[in-house]
Write a protein that binds this ligand. Sequence first.
Ligand code: RI2
Length: 308
Amino acid sequence: MNVDETAAAITDMTIRGAGKIARAGASALSDFAGSYPGNDRESFLKDLEKAKKKLLDSRPTAVSLWNGVHATIKGVEDQKDVGEMIALIQNNAKVFIDNSNNAVKFIGEIGAKRIKDGDVIMTTCNSSVALGVIKTAFRQGKDIKVYATESRPWRQGIITVNELAKEGIDTTLIIDAAVRSVMKKVNEVFVGADTITSHGALINKIGTSQLALAAHEARARFYVCSETYKFSPLTLFGDMVTIEERDIGEVVKEGEIPASVKVFNPVFDSTPARYIDAIITELGMMSPGSVYDVMVRQLGDKIFQKVI
Ligand code: RI2
């Protein structure tokens, strides 16, 4: 898919899920580079900037897309000609996509160790990383039950229960309002991440924070399954995460309610670090309090030089 098609598919959620949109962004830039017709260095950089902006504007919340795009173009300005830039972008994209897929697998193996035979699990929305953990535990022969929330308004929970049922896992779909009432049966909650801030807060599908609160109250463990490219370097510098608001048509049909009634349709919410037992990453399990250190180690101290 080219950049325009990819950006449109991310916006209309044909491509969705924080990891998938990051890989799609990397792949679209690789396509952009591979099909670039000219060989003027400055024009290439200008067009690349436009392509980057188009992708970043397609959905605002998941920093995975921002990190995927930046990892793909990293070092491009140091190349001396268009041929070298193209080769670099294509290689960067491949490395990012391979690392991303490997991270999902590895997180599955780490997280599965937190699931015991007989456990009851809850998940929300449709996170490929959280489901990777659950499926890995099941494939290891653990007898588990999963409650999956519907996740209105897009109902990604339907995708989740189909995936789990196909695997043969004992799966129950619940409406979002049933979370607290069902939580008393649950041992662990596994959710994905769209963004994790430098102070360890989780930005994930709307409703995630109520799972965390209910889990805290019921003493169920709350685990976040996240590749480290969902850690947001922007939040290190005080930027707030933009919470996407989508069309009200996703919530109500036209004419269903009076025109004077406003509809608010935020897509994500923020779960404070204190409700998170651990973040399961490709670098191992960590506390939300470790996110800052991991980010700075990955980015290098130099990122602060312009500030200090
Ligand atoms: P993986 C999804 O967002 C959900 O919030 C999910 O938890 C998150 O992306 C992570 O997905 P949406 O695109 O990367 O459905 O774990 O709005 O697949």
